[in-house]
Ligand binder design. Sequence first.
Ligand code: AMP
Ligand code: ZN
Length: 148
Amino acid sequence: MILVGRHPVLMGDAKSPLCIFCEIIARRSPAHIVYEDEACVAFLDLFPFTRGHLLLVPRHHIDRLTDLPESEYPGFLRALSHICQRVERLSRHYNVSANQGELAGQIVFHLHFHLIPRYGEANPFRTHPRERLDEVDAQEVVRILAAP
Ligand code: AMP
Ligand code: ZN
């Protein structure tokens, strides 16, 4: 069964305009933030595929990459590359991906890039149930990734 449709709390919709990533950016919801600049924020995914799974989001709310104004390309790409360098503290092998649209697996409709460190999983593209972020280990991961 393919589940599609926006989750009313996570993604916001006409009835519930709340966006969880906007809430995190505004510091109204907790998150393990490892990087921020004037354009972007990066924080640990709450249900990581692997240790150090990060999300990089623009500060202002847009659904998807094609909504990003061209003037913001350089700042966003600079931040993405910078975050990649930090991810390499954990592993030189990682995925950078962005799900665009419900049928592509997007469940939070605030543009985000996943950065997923890889440590030798047999099949990185096979999805599997994910555990919630381990809060104790998250402190250590933040210590590694948040250092400038
Ligand atoms: P996507 O399927 O590309 O829309 O991915 C959305 C990601 O956001 C998923 O990997 C979720 O685990 C993650 N996520 C949802 N809510 C939170 C949250 N409050 N803090 C951190 N990550 C979250
Ligand atoms: Zn948002």
